[in-house]
Design a protein around this ligand. Sequence first.
Ligand code: CMC
Length: 421
Amino acid sequence: MNSAKLILDNKEYELPVIVGSEGEVGIDITQLRGKSGAITLDSGYGNTGSCESAITFIDGEKGILHYRGYPIEALARQSNFTEVAYLLINDKLPSKTELDNFNYSLTHHSLIREDMKKFFEGYPPSAHPMGILAAMISSLSAYYSQKDDMDLNIIRLIAKIKTLAAFAYKKLIGQPYIYPRNDLSYAADFLNMMYAVPSEKYEVPKVLEDALDLLLILHADHEQNCSTSTVRMVGSSEANLFAAISAGVGALWGKLHGGANQAVLEMLEKIQKDGGNYKKYMDMAKDKNSGFKLMGFGHRVYKNFDPRATILKEACDKVLSELGITDPLLDIAKNLERIALEDNYFVERKLYPNVDFYSGIIYRAMKIPTEMFTVMFALGRLPGWIAHWKEMRSNLQSRINRPRQIYTGNVNQKYVPIESR
Ligand code: CMC
């Protein structure tokens, strides 16, 4: 299979076919407009490949997710977040020395400039931490130039994002900032900056450290999703790394994307307050006029199961039982899942619980406030965003991203001066 034919207005066009390393087929239309004058229209980009990429493979029908060729299940079981970050960004698993050096750099770049603390002070207590995080990442460009070594800026960003995220949280609750510690793992350091207070000794529970590390691994990349495509879109204009990642944070914030983890919890709380009547919400989700969707269900790519959700479901039970938590919201979640998996509406549309369905429940068990859930997603997704930004910037053939459109507006309007209208 190396070409496809398109007949348009009785003229035949031959289009090259590209086959990926896992056998996915793409019809290359880069020459189509030049040859035929036509473009393709694919609202929501459900059938459009925006690039070739060697980072992540997803088979949505089979529920497969690989980072750099490694199955997510193996990475979740045997690896850790900084090793996965190294793998995504550098396209290879690190040796022991390489990983030690990487971790050393990540810990030794985790402080932020003291004057950045003033930026946090300017926000009202009601500010959403995603807005603060996006602004703080963008502000890093004021301190670290695009002319600096690319790898160093990448290290700086991964190292500092957890400090920025934890400071945003401390700002939210009005507590003093806790500085990063170089003797802790990435996940433990973040949790320490979130929960430690100067007046008390605090030790991060191992169960929380492990749960967060797993969550970060599971979120680390997901090929051309909305936020990653945004990072690539912004990066394609040669905007700096910090500007591109900040745009990705903005895209992630929406409730159809990363914001779904917050929306899931809010939905479960709403159902609980409404007497736990989950069937009512199930009916609303099926009624197109209700404007209500079952948050944490459905996925553009996964049409069988979300492998991240399968891993998280297990982890969720483990974390809750180790922490001795019984959560009525979890019962509501399980009931929703059970009836959705049996309901024709959901079965026919292949709507299954996605990663955000369970992550919200684990975050809640970890006592992470709901507004911080999407920030947690951003911490995890950062290595993926960076890997895509780097891949695009390293490809000398890549062009500025600039889609076309089909114009449907008025034509041949005659301008009438305002006094005559
Ligand atoms: N509840 C009820 N109906 C749904 C849902 C839902 N959560 N999701 C999809 N549908 C229906 C949709 O109305 C449509 O029905 P019909 O064919 O009758 O018109 C059908 O299922 C196909 O859905 P779609 O809107 O065409 O699917 P999409 O690929 O455009 O959207 C989605 C994918 C994830 C945005 C959507 O499923 C959704 O809004 N889910 C809830 C939000 C959510 O959980 N988002 C997190 C996604 S996973 C984390 C991430 O990677 O961002």
